[in-house]
Every structure is written in C-alpha cells, then in structure tokens.
Ligand binder design. Structure first.
Ligand code: PSU
Length: 307
C-alpha cells in the first residue's frame, strides 16, 4: 500500500480506471536529453504514437508537490521550455525531496519506473537506459536505472543502453542483478543509435504477446523486478557503430578534460554528440524513441488482453 501524491490527466485516469492499456513516458529525455524545441515535438509525437497503437500515454513528471501521471498540453510545453539547470533530474534518491520542496523534477528511467508502478502502469517507453559509464572502474559511475530494473515490476522498452556507456559492463551488471534483457526480433543487443552491438542477447522475443506473457509469469513466480526490452532502431534511421564511435570517444575526451561528472555526464555527452554529428544523432534518437513507444503500446495492449 502507498499514499503517493499522484495527479492524473483525465485520459490517464479514465484508462487506468477501465483497466485499459497505458504506457508511461519519462521526462528527463525532454528536459535534459534533447534541445528545445525538438524536445516538445518529440514528446508530442511519442504520445501520438502510443495513441495510434491503441494505448493511452502518461508522461510522468514532478510539479507542485505531486507526481503527474499524464501531462496537459500546457504542462508538457512548460516542461519542455524549462532549462535543464532549473529542473531536478530525479532518480530514486531524490524523488521524495523534490516532492516536498515543490520544485519541478524530470523523471529518469529509475524514477519513472517508480512512479509508473505507483500509478499501476506496467509498461514504459524511453530512448535508452542509463548504465555503467566508461571508466566506471575509476569513477564508480553506474546509473541507478539498473538497480531499479532489478526491483520495480515495470517492462521498459528502450533501444538498449545509451552507446556513450560501457555496454558490455552494463549487460554484465544487469545479469548479476537478475534483470531479463530481451532483444526484440534479433539475436544480438542493439546499441542505441546502431541496430547491432555485436553482443549476443541473453534472451530474444519476437512478439508483444511473448513479452507480456513473460512479465505475467515473473509476477506469478513472485520474482519482482522489471524486464528490459532492447528494441533496435529502425534501419533507415540508424548510425552505424563505425560512424558513431569516433564521435562518442571525442565527446568523452572533452567531458574528461572539462571535469564533467555525476548527473551532468549523460546530458553533456548527448549535447556534444548532437553538435559533432550536426544534428544527426538527435534525428536518430527521436526515431528510436517513437519506435519504442509503438512497441510499448503493443505490449500494453497484449497485457490487457491477457489479464
Ligand atoms: N533516453 C534518451 N535520452 C535521455 C534519457 C533516456 O534517449 O536523455 C535519460 C533517461 O532519463 C535515463 C537517463 O534515465 O538519460 C540516464 O542518465 P544517467 O546516465 O545520468 O543515469
């Protein structure tokens, strides 16, 4: 039982009351992951993609002391216009502090999973999860997203972990934590901007029904925790690993030289990669988020049919 301060949009409230399919969407990608005004266009298009696939979108953010489950048009625009330094980037550790302060907070994968679960939403779409940063053996920088996947029962659809990370170490940690990592429709894990990381996938599934059934079975087994669906970017939008890797390495060098640390690392790298690819990385990022939103909606529909 919980007594969380939740504020639902009318459409999210209606869908949840009717037991209909709902997909949670995060807000850090809006405030810290993409520049204005593309962030607002992306957020609107993602919501439209969820609706077109037969589910109800619920973008999640903290505002005015409450967790918003579904945002109005105006609230979405206000959030997209908020400069990154004015919105807290929320994870498990700071969600409660943000709520009691009354500040605006954008939810990362970890915080969105927590809020989705509190609201009774079982599926969540994002771009890429956080994970083990390159050089983590020195910095200890590992995203709280991984621990959250291990403990909160939400199915997260992403294009894998962001390729700025140390992907092999990220998959190792998820294995240790007992998180099912499911490649969708292929035998290897995707790498965010690229379809194929060359790393064999621990699990493969080819339909939303299979993914919904696996989530239901985990619940029957009392296993707790979520599952990660790693959905490859559409072929037409991908940037191959050989193209993107030199750019990632350059951005990483700059981050190190400038002493960028902790929560600032991922936004800094995404922004630099955007500049170095002259915007191409952003186009790909938007394409993969839309693709993930569609699959998440199909999974949510499959879960409600099975229920
Ligand atoms: N997906 C994207 N862009 C993003 C994110 C996801 O396409 O910016 C956000 C998510 O909110 C994720 C966060 O939780 O990046 C990871 O940040 P960090 O590496 O600091 O944990």
């Amino acid at each position: 039982m919980h007594d969380a301060p939740l504020t639902h949009s009318p459409e999210a409230a209606a869908a949840l009351a009717a037991g209909g399919p709902v997909v949670a969407l995060e807000s850090t990608i809006i405030t810290h992951g993409m520049p204005w005004p593309q962030n607002l266009d992306m957020a609107r298009e993602v919501e439209a993609a969820v609706r077109a696939a037969g589910a109800t979108p619920a973008t999640i953010a903290v505002m005015g002391g409450s967790i918003h489950v579904g945002l109005s048009e105006d609230a979405l625009e206000a959030l997209a216009r908020t400069p990154p330094e004015q919105a807290m980037k929320l994870s498990r550790a700071d969600l409660a502090a943000c709520l009691v302060s009354g500040r605006t907070g954008a939810t990362t994968v970890a915080a969105t999973m927590i809020c989705a679960h509190l609201a009774g939403i079982r599926v969540f779409a994002t771009g890429g999860i956080g994970g083990v940063h390159r050089g983590a053996e020195h910095s200890f920088d590992i995203s709280a997203d991984l621990q959250e996947l291990a403990q909160t029962p939400v199915t997260v659809v992403a294009a894998g972990a962001k390729a700025i990370l140390d992907l092999p170490k990220t998959w190792e940690v998820l294995e240790t934590l007992g998180v099912p990592v499911i490649a969708y429709g292929q035998d290897t894990l995707p790498a965010f901007w690229s379809r194929d990381s060359g790393i064999p996938a621990p699990l493969r599934m080819d339909s939303p029904d299979q993914i919904a059934a696996a989530a239901a079975m985990r619940a029957r087994l009392g296993l707790g925790g979520g599952q990660l669906v790693a959905n490859p970017i559409p072929a037409g939008a991908e940037i191959t690993q050989s193209q993107i890797l030199p750019v990632i390495l350059k951005a990483l060098d700059e981050a190190e030289a400038q002493g960028i640390a902790a929560k600032s690392v991922t936004p800094f790298l995404l922004q630099r990669i955007f500049e170095l690819t002259e915007g191409r990385s952003l186009g790909s990022n938007i394409a993969l988020v839309l693709n993930n939103a569609r699959l998440a909606a199909e999974i949510a529909v499959a879960m409600t049919k099975a229920a």
